[in-house]
Design a protein around this ligand. Structure first.
Ligand code: ADP
Ligand code: TYD
Length: 220
């Protein structure tokens, strides 16, 4: 059987639990013989990491922010994601374009039609066919109430520009994710992230096993 590349993104408000599970998933795929590219947005290339530092630290208007995250995404797609998929690897990406719709669109109220235009422009790739708009094969959305996420993050890390936002910002971000989940239901899996770590991990594994992408996974 010819393996095909898999592009999987992980989404959710800050503190929802993405980082907790991504490394374990990478291990699970590697244990089953798959090559894995573990990456993140904004970032994933030297240029995109520089843009990340600007976006996470410098005040700027929402359009500037959107243009910078899409510039970082273009470089990341071309340098890392498309080549890894062409090698039939599993690409596990901590956030992708749904985050732009949720944060710049939902959180900051930037125009969604402009974001859709940028999405088409930036994610159009020559491979595997002309005018193919790259999207994740699967998006795991860790859905968590902003109050619980804030409790989990309190005292754990120094907040960046986004993490320092008030609860109503994250309520709008969450609504932004819900709208994307409804509009792209075929690739979204919503995980109830207010459960224990073990229960969240079990739900995540079930999604991958139902797709036939992972077999039995031994406990860590
Ligand atoms: N299910 C859970 N229950 C309680 N705390 C959790 C759970 N999952 C993660 N955490 C903790 O919450 C904090 C945020 O998790 P993290 O995975 O870093 O979130 P994200 O990457 O989505 O910002 C971390 O301190 C982590 O240990
Ligand atoms: C990808 C992306 C992230 N972001 C924000 C969401 C997060 O607050 C931040 C960085 O995400 P993240 O990597 O989750 O931060 P951390 O390493 O602290 O867990 O960037 C956007 O605003 N727009 C985007 O398009």
């Amino acid at each position: 059987m010819t393996l095909r590349g898999l592009f999987i993104s992980f989404e959710g408000i800050d503190g929802a639990g993405k980082s907790t599970h991504i490394d374990a998933l990478a291990q699970a795929f590697r244990a089953q013989g798959r090559a894995v590219t573990l990456t993140r947005e904004p970032g994933g290339t030297p240029l995109a990491e520089k843009l990340r530092t600007l976006v996470l630290n410098d005040p700027m208007d929402a359009m500037t922010e959107a243009l910078l995250v899409f510039a970082a995404r273009r470089d990341h797609l071309q340098q890392v994601i498309e080549p890894a998929l062409a090698r039939a690897e599993v690409v596990l990406c901590d956030r992708f374009t749904d985050a732009t719709f949720a944060y710049q669109g939902g959180g900051r109220g930037f125009d969604l039609n402009t974001l859709s235009y940028l999405e088409q422009l930036v994610q159009t790739t020559q491979a595997p066919e002309a005018n193919f708009v790259r999207q994740p094969d699967l998006t795991i959305w860790f859905d968590l109430a902003p109050e619980i996420a804030a409790q989990r993050l309190a005292g754990v890390r120094v907040p960046d520009k986004f993490e320092a936002q008030p609860a109503d910002f994250f309520a709008r971000v969450r609504a932004g994710y819900l709208a994307r989940c409804e509009a792209h239901a075929q690739r979204f899996a919503r995980i109830e992230a207010d459960q224990s770590r073990e229960a969240v991990w079990a739900d995540v594994l079930t999604v991958f096993q139902k797709q036939g992408w992972l077999g039995q996974v031994l406990p860590a």
